[in-house]
Design a protein around this ligand. Structure first.
Ligand code: ADP
Ligand code: MG
Length: 646
């Protein structure tokens, strides 16, 4: 027997599991059954492509075995099993990237009460058994291997490993139960009715029989049902299946209770929280299939990086084929959990074939349509739930605007965003349009690093002045999708940081343009020399109609990358040439007025170079960026200040 230390984090987690107060201890059994069910799924899936495992993937089931005298409870399966190394990797370590975060949250809690929500964010699976057991042993044999591994731990920070034997592949997990203490939810978990109750409650829909040997004392009876004369009581053992197995998604929605759906969700998603909502559908016609999908109530910690194992499970005629079938949903719906069950696909479908399969493509389109329909429905009828959804998964859903041109309009309709109209509440494109000013014919937005940076930027001045609402995009994903959208509901969408902007009625716009042309004649020489002085960074200097109180701002051409986008692409390792920007100047600002005056007197005025540099720096600062050479910038300010006083 070899002794091992648990990895530090696992140790800490175990310690917390054992000593924390969690009020729902019975879920340990659900976790064990769920692991067994996963192991059976895996064996079934592997056996589709590995002939050596074919003979093993028969009579797949889970067995619960109890010994009330020894106070042990075992969960036994004939699934995929684990190799010695897998036991070390999966049972001795917590691989989840969220576990560090979990421990940090827990250690901040003084009362050590673990709420289901807290646990739910992370899930601690197998370790939940230490809430009810003071010793756990595992005997497991990997399908296709000959030797088995014995594992044992009392949860004290170490575990022992040994080689052993097991008749066939699979896993036996035995809990040595803690003494009964109903105050502390430590029931007698060896009692038949207790086990029945827990299995019914949490694991009824598990797709494999959960069997248990049931002992009953019987007495021989005569034809009328009366005990026979002199007959003695006999113990009769029957093998019973505790769960009903019937696939929950084949039952009419009205026949299934909310609780049943919730427990099913927890089973397939490994989430401990209730789902936010469910989507049940059935497609008939050319391809027949059913779907039971859930939107979780919370995004997992690692939503953005995780190569999930959950996702959508594919079944074919009630037979589990694989978990996390990525072909069934696009990336931007990767938060969905659930089941799709096809009537028509061939059973020996493999992951490779899936990608090219036309039926799968049809199912995928249908799934997308159903999900977007449901989201639209929640958005219109249950704003509160929709906002919860949006908070958790909105940034992910928005990826679809960019990637799924076919559903772009629907996705835009589902998009919630901030605008200058309110500090706190989100709005939609339609709501924005309904508030547009008379004469306004464009949806305006501005993207930037943060709401504050955008609100302080000079670009907004004319809009504030006119009372025009501007949508504020601050998430990196906004930079992506917004490039693929030119209009919503036939209304053009325009960045206020790009191109020229004139606000007001057609008449007002025309007047503004003419006036600008006129003024520009007077300013031409100044604008040209500013450009000459700033030519390394600026491609054009022109008069602005965006500004009311600031002297300058930087804008791009309609097709230019925004500075944020450039930054993002560079961070992703792309070699992006620097886009020169346009400097817009405010001809009514005192600085510009004075410069124009001085310049018309002396074209070679040396002050102009300093001012050009300072104006460019100011424009950068105003949008939350830095002047390219900060040392030089501050020195020039000091020089100009000194000169102003002398
Ligand atoms: P999760 O199920 O969420 O991965 P658990 O703590 O419940 O986390 O289980 C940890 C890992 O241990 C599983 O992912 C699996 O690899 C392995 N495992 C647990 N129980 C079994 C079992 N009955 N058969 C095979 N592997 C198992
Ligand atoms: Mg588990």
């Amino acid at each position: 027997m070899q002794k091992f230390e648990f990895q530090a984090e696992t140790k800490q987690l175990l310690d917390l599991m054992i000593h924390s107060i969690y009020s729902n201890k019975e879920i340990f059994l659900r976790e064990l059954i769920s692991n067994s069910s996963d192991a059976l799924d895996k064996l079934r899936f592997e056996s589709l492509t590995n002939d050596k495992l074919k003979d093993l993937a028969v009579d797949l089931h889970i067995r619960i075995d109890v010994d009330s005298k020894k106070r042990t409870l075992s969960v036994i399966d004939n699934g995929i099993g684990m190799s010695r190394q897998e036991v070390i990797d999966y049972v001795g370590t917590i691989a989840r990237s969220g576990s560090k975060e979990f421990l940090r949250l827990l250690s901040e809690k003084k009362d050590r009460v673990i709420s289901p929500e807290l646990i739910g964010q992370f899930g601690v699976g197998l370790y939940a058994s230490f809430m009810v057991a003071d010793k756990i042993t595992i005997v497991t044999r990997k399908a296709g291997e000959n030797t088995a591994t014995f594992w044992e731990s009392t949860g004290d920070g170490t575990y022992s490993l040994d080689e052993t034997t097991r008749d066939s592949a699979g896993t036996t997990i035995t809990l040595h139960l803690k003494p009964e203490d109903t105050e502390d939810e430590l029931h007698d978990y060896t009692r038949e009715w207790k086990i029945r109750e827990i299995v019914r409650k949490y694991s009824d829909y598990v797709q494999y029989p959960i069997k248990m040997k049931i002992e009953r004392s019987e007495i021989e009876r005569d034809k009328d049902g009366k005990p026979k004369e002199g007959a003695k009581e006999k113990t009769v053992v029957t093998d019973e299946t505790l769960n009903s197995i019937k696939a929950i998604w084949t039952r009419p929605e009205d026949d299934v209770s909310d609780d049943e759906y919730k427990e099913f969700y927890k089973h397939i998603s490994h989430d401990w929280n209730d789902p936010l909502t469910r989507i049940v559908f059935k497609a008939e016609g050319l391809h027949e299939f059913r779907g039971l999908l859930f939107i979780p109530s919370k995004a997992p910690m690692d939503m953005y990086v995780r190569e999930g194992e959950q996702g959508i499970h594919l079944y074919i005629r009630r037979i589990f084929i694989m978990n996390d079938c990525k072909e069934l949903i696009p990336e931007y719906l990767r938060f969905l959990r659930g089941v799709v069950d096809s009537e028509d696909l061939s059973l020996n479908i493999s992951r490779e074939i899936l990608q090219k399969n036309r039926q799968i493509q049809v199912i995928r389109q249908k799934v997308i349509a159903k999900v977007l329909e449901k989201l639209e429905d929640i958005k219109s009828n249950d704003k509160e739930t929709y906002l919860k959804f949006w908070n958790e998964f909105g940034q992910i859903l928005k990826e679809g605007i960019f990637h799924d041109a076919k559903n772009r309009e629907k996705l835009l309709d589902l998009t919630m965003m901030y605008s200058t109209q309110s500090d706190s509440s989100l709005t939609t494109f339609r709501e924005y349009i309904s508030r547009m000013q008379a004469g306004q014919d464009t949806i305006y937005y501005m993207s930037g690093k943060s709401r504050q940076a955008i609100e302080n930027s000079p670009h907004l001045e004319a809009f504030k002045d006119k009372g025009y609402e501007v949508l504020l995009f601050t998430h990196p994903v906004d930079e992506l999708w917004v490039q693929s959208v030119f209009e919503f509901d036939k209304m053009p969408l325009k960045s206020i940081g790009k191109g020229t902007i004139d606000l007001g009625t057609e008449e007002e716009k025309k007047q503004a343009q003419e006036k600008r042309k006129e003024t520009e004649k007077d300013f031409r020489t100044l604008l040209d020399s500013l450009r000459a002085s700033l030519q390394d960074n600026i491609k054009e200097v022109r008069l602005s109609s965006r500004l009311t109180s600031s002297p300058v701002c930087l804008v791009g051409e309609q097709s230019d990358l925004t500075p944020q986008m450039e930054e993002m692409l560079r961070a992703m390792g792309q070699d992006i040439p620097k886009t020169k920007r346009i400097l817009e100047v405010n001809p009514d600002h005192p600085i510009i007025v004075q410069m124009q005056k001085r310049f018309s007197e002396n074209k070679k005025d040396p002050v102009l170079n300093d001012y050009a540099e300072l104006l460019y720096g100011l424009a950068l600062l105003a949008e939350g960026s830095q002047p390219p050479d900060q040392g030089k910038f501050s020195k020039t300010i000091a020089d100009v200040m000194a000169r102003a006083l002398s």
